[in-house]
Design a protein around this ligand. Structure first.
Ligand SMILES: Nc1ncnc2c1ncn2[C@@H]1O[C@H](COP(=O)(O)OP(=O)(O)OP(=O)(O)O)[C@@H](O)[C@H]1O
Length: 870
């Protein structure tokens, strides 16, 4: 059991510490029933040689006594490297976990270090890693120790008296194996807190973003930069009151030019009447940030238009960050004749994907994206995940590729970068924690070192080498029932629990192998989190090129002794370095009786009862047999109790797994719902598009149809006008023709008056048949040529036609007049025929009658009155 205290470098991938969270609120005195404590810390064992150097001794074992319920659960005992009880300070944790040693390794040998916290939600992980407004966390203390230790050997990309050190940035970029984008802190902060930062603010307003960074959570009210007590017109934005002068830190050196001086004017402008403006001195930076973030739906606070945009909360001052605990005593030795550079990078693992926390948000001035995804990207709701992969320069180990790394010249710059990155981290309020981390946060401090060159302009600059100190704030495991999470927060919880389950499996392998003394085979490739945590735990495979020692890893397990028993016991079960199950022994009746019998104790009055006397008559052999049997039964009973206890534990685990599975199902359901929804939306879009196209086509067709109709109408209108015109013209023409013909007729009449009509008629008598018709004569054509050549006949026929077709429409008349002589004759003949047909019932006149008529006609002609013929 005590192997938890034994250092076993071969098998231990993590040194595991337990930290207990103090109660946030003091217990209420009039509380009816104080719950029995279920987490009992065993007092530390007598001081060993190992502990002699330390002033304090820390316990190493904790016992979990299941709360009294109907189930008889086993008592479990867990062993850790050290246990920090409720009263342990941040400094205790920093010192006793060996974080300082890890920093020293990074600084001197380039060996990577890793500090991570693991625990149930609300158990104090973020508090340990990032601290609060009054206490610094391990991250701040690590940065402070590092910068103090490096001292003047640090290379700063920006110096007030020198131009930007481009050589530093380019050489760091060239030596970086992760295809990172290396920026100076000045450039980064400048870009983050200038115009482009509005987008960051707008994204920070989303409920997913961190409401209040753990560094700044607390009651203390922070002042705005412009509200220094003795502020002149301009105030330095970065104040360094607490930094000792022995580090030679020049204020101007750490103050980026663009943020060095700010006017002492109010930072917040009243954006609407509803949201009254408050003087900056009363409105702390983070309170404002929180209010903006917590009310994303309030358009009155932040408006979309650039002109009405509320100004971004200004850059916080390092002096407003907590300055304690002081870590001045932890100064490490840095390599002589070397220069150092410190690069800070931050990323989070959210839903098993890696996102850079320092990458610039999209500028609000950027042109709006056409696609929905593009627009979402622009809004900052979607971020591009990064890959954890091998690169050209890192073939033997995976790195997070494409990160943004910020070169920090001082602790204050690093603080500003850290705070800026934290505003990007995802947090949400849950039933268990008002500011709960919804992602695993990785804060990486890269310390680069190279031999110092004697003066600038050296022919070949040596390359940078170094190690990384990673500080990880894991998201907490939680039960949906307790956390009261729903929707996306529930989905996040499912992913968090899943990744923590894989982490638990890896840690379990470590603890099992440690107990068995075997080499652990850690299944760390199951998810991004375990890959990131464990991939550096093994010596580099490529010994020839880069013989990197495995990282020095520290795991701090946090637990709330007043929290959820089941969740805490599960975390402890897989994280503890050693575990022991014990069953509480109830003294059995048999052993009590036997004990009494074998000892042969007298009764209360000192005398043996008859029963006792009777028992004494048992033979010794019988008694021995009975005793053996009782012992056997007792052992069996104990064995069964242990088995029962183990079964109980298994059942609890199964229950928890079931719960996790249920949560996963919930997540899956959520995902499926979201997928269905998006698919439906897509289909709706498609259908809408199809309908729109069809409507447009229909519209075009309709327009074409109407155009055609209009064209036809137009044409028709033209034709009728033309016809009108042409008919008038033709009427004129025909009238003229008629006149001509009449003139000709008159001329012919005159001519005929001068000549004998009989002579003339003789020549054509054969050609003309005079048929008697009701009311007049009808000339029947026998030869067309005769009609054509004889104008008289033609005129006769014309007169005949006019007379016959009398009563028809004038238009028809015109048509008749217009036709050629042949047509005219035909018409005449047809008319004649029709008339003849009309007269068919009448009897044809006898030939003698015809002859008589002819004679009469001839007589008429002879009398010289042709008009009478008609
Ligand atoms: N050692 C401590 N001393 C004082 N307060 C603490 C301590 N540990 C935690 N707290 C307080 O408890 C609350 C929850 O802590 P914290 O946010 O660090 O939990 P967490 O484990 O990070 O939760 P989550 O996993 O949900 O992010 C905070 O208000 C924090 O200040």
């Amino acid at each position: 059991m005590d192997n938890s205290s034994k250092p076993s470098p071969q098998t231990s991938l993590f040194q595991v510490y337990l930290r207990l969270r103090p109660p946030i609120q003091p217990p209420i005195p009039k509380q009816k029933e104080v719950p029995e404590p279920w987490l009992i810390v065993e007092p530390p064992s007598p001081t060993t040689a190992e502990d002699e150097n330390t002033t304090k001794t820390f316990p190493k074992h904790v016992t979990l006594q299941p709360p009294n319920d109907s189930r008889k659960r086993a008592i479990e005992r867990f062993g850790f490297t050290k246990i920090f009880q409720e009263e342990a300070t941040q400094l205790d944790v920093f010192r006793e976990t060996g974080t300082a040693d890890a920093i020293q390794s990074v600084l001197q040998t380039g060996r990577d270090g890793l500090v991570a916290t693991l625990g149930v939600t609300g158990s104090g992980k973020s508090h340990t890693i990032l601290g609060s407004n009054s206490q610094r966390g391990l991250t701040q203390m690590t940065l402070d120790v590092l910068f103090r230790s490096i001292g003047e050997k640090i290379r700063r990309p920006h110096h007030p008296d020198l131009p930007t050190d481009t050589e530093l940035l380019s050489s760091l970029q060239a030596s970086d194996a992760s295809e990172a984008q290396v920026l100076s802190a000045t450039t980064f902060l400048d870009s983050s807190y200038s115009d482009g930062d509005r987008a960051r603010l707008s994204r920070a307003q989303t409920p997913m973003s961190r409401a209040q960074t753990p560094m700044m959570v607390g009651k203390q009210t922070l002042e705005l930069p412009g509200s220094f007590p003795h502020s002149p017109d301009f105030q330095p934005c970065i104040a360094l009151p607490s930094l000792p002068s022995r580090f030679g830190l020049d204020r101007s050196a750490v103050t980026p030019p663009s943020i060095r001086m700010i006017p002492n004017t109010p930072e917040i402008e009243p954006s609407s009447e509803k949201e009254p403006w408050r003087p900056p001195s009363k409105v702390p930076f983070l309170t404002r940030l929180k209010s903006l973030r917590k009310s994303p739906a309030k358009p009155s606070v932040v408006k979309d238009t650039a002109s009405h945009y509320t100004r971004r909360p200004p850059l916080p001052r390092p002096s407003t960050f907590p300055q304690s605990p002081d870590v001045a005593s932890f100064s490490m030795d840095s390599a002589a004749h070397s220069e150092y550079a410190v690069l800070l990078s931050m990323y989070e693992v959210y839903n098993d994907r890696i996102f850079d926390l320092l990458s610039n948000p999209t500028s609000p001035n950027a042109a709006p994206m056409a696609t929905r995804q593009g627009a979402a990207l622009q809004k900052g709701l979607l971020r591009r995940p990064l890959l954890f992969k091998n690169t050209e320069m890192s073939s033997d180990r995976k790195v997070v590729a494409g990160l943004r790394k910020i070169v920090c010249g001082s602790y204050d710059e690093a603080m500003l970068v850290l705070e800026t990155g934290l505003t990007e981290r995802r947090v949400a309020g849950t039933g268990s924690n008002s500011v709960s981390s919804r992602s695993h946060g990785f804060f990486c401090i890269e310390v680069k070192k190279r031999p110092q060159m004697q003066g600038y302009g050296a022919p070949v600059m040596p390359t940078w080498t170094g190690g990384t100190m990673s500080i990880v704030d894991l998201a907490g495991s939680e039960r949906a029932r307790n956390a009261k999470t729903t929707g996306s927060t529930l989905a996040e919880a499912g992913k968090i629990n899943e990744s923590l389950m894989y982490l638990g499996q890896c840690l379990q392998v470590q603890s099992d192998s440690q107990q068995e003394g075997s080499k652990p085979i850690v299944p760390f490739r199951q998810c991004k989190l375990t890959e990131l945590l464990f991939s550096n735990s093994f010596p580099s495979s490529n010994h020839a090129t880069n013989c990197r020692p495995p990282q020095k890893a520290i795991m701090i397990v946090t637990a709330d002794p007043a929290g959820d028993f089941n969740a805490t016991s599960q975390i402890l079960r897989y994280s503890a370095l050693a575990r022991e199950v014990t069953v509480p022994r109830v003294p059995s009746v048999t052993s009590a009786i036997l004990g009494g019998v074998t000892k042969g104790k007298p009764g209360q009055n000192g005398r043996h009862t008859p029963h006792d006397m009777h028992n004494n008559y048992f033979s010794a052999q019988e008694l021995e047999q009975a005793t053996n049997e009782a012992v056997r039964l007792a052992e069996e009973c104990n064995l069964l109790s242990v088995r029962l206890a183990e079964e109980e534990i298994k059942r609890t685990e199964a229950e928890l797994q079931l719960q996790a599975a249920e949560e996963r199902l919930g997540v899956m359901e959520q995902e499926v719902r979201e997928e269905c929804w998006s698919e439906m939306e897509e289909r709706m879009e498609e259908e809408k598009e199809r309908w729109r196209l069809a409507w447009e086509q229909e519209k075009v067709r309709g327009e074409e149809f109407i155009d055609g109709k209009l064209e036809i109408l137009e044409k028709t209108t033209k034709i009728s006008i033309h016809e009108d015109i042409s008919s008038e013209t033709r009427v004129d023409e025909l009238e003229r023709e008629n006149e001509t013909l009449r003139a000709k007729l008159r001329a012919l009449e005159q001519e005929m008056q001068t000549r004998s009509p009989t002579k003339k008629a003789r020549g054509g008598a054969a050609a003309v048949t005079k048929a008697p018709v009701k009311g007049g004569l009808v000339l029947q054509e026998t030869s067309n040529s005769n009609v054509a050549t004889n104008p008289f006949l033609a005129s006769l026929r014309l007169r005949d036609s006019e007379a016959t077709i009398k009563g028809r429409a004038s238009e028809d008349d015109l048509q008749v007049l217009d036709v050629s002589p042949r047509k005219l004759s035909l018409r005449s003949s047809s008319v004649t025929r029709a008339m003849v047909q009309e007269d068919q019932p009448q009897q044809q006149p006898a030939p003698t009658t015809v002859k008589k008529q002819r004679k009469l006609t001839t007589r008429k002609w002879d009398l010289g009155d042709p008009d009478d013929l008609f």
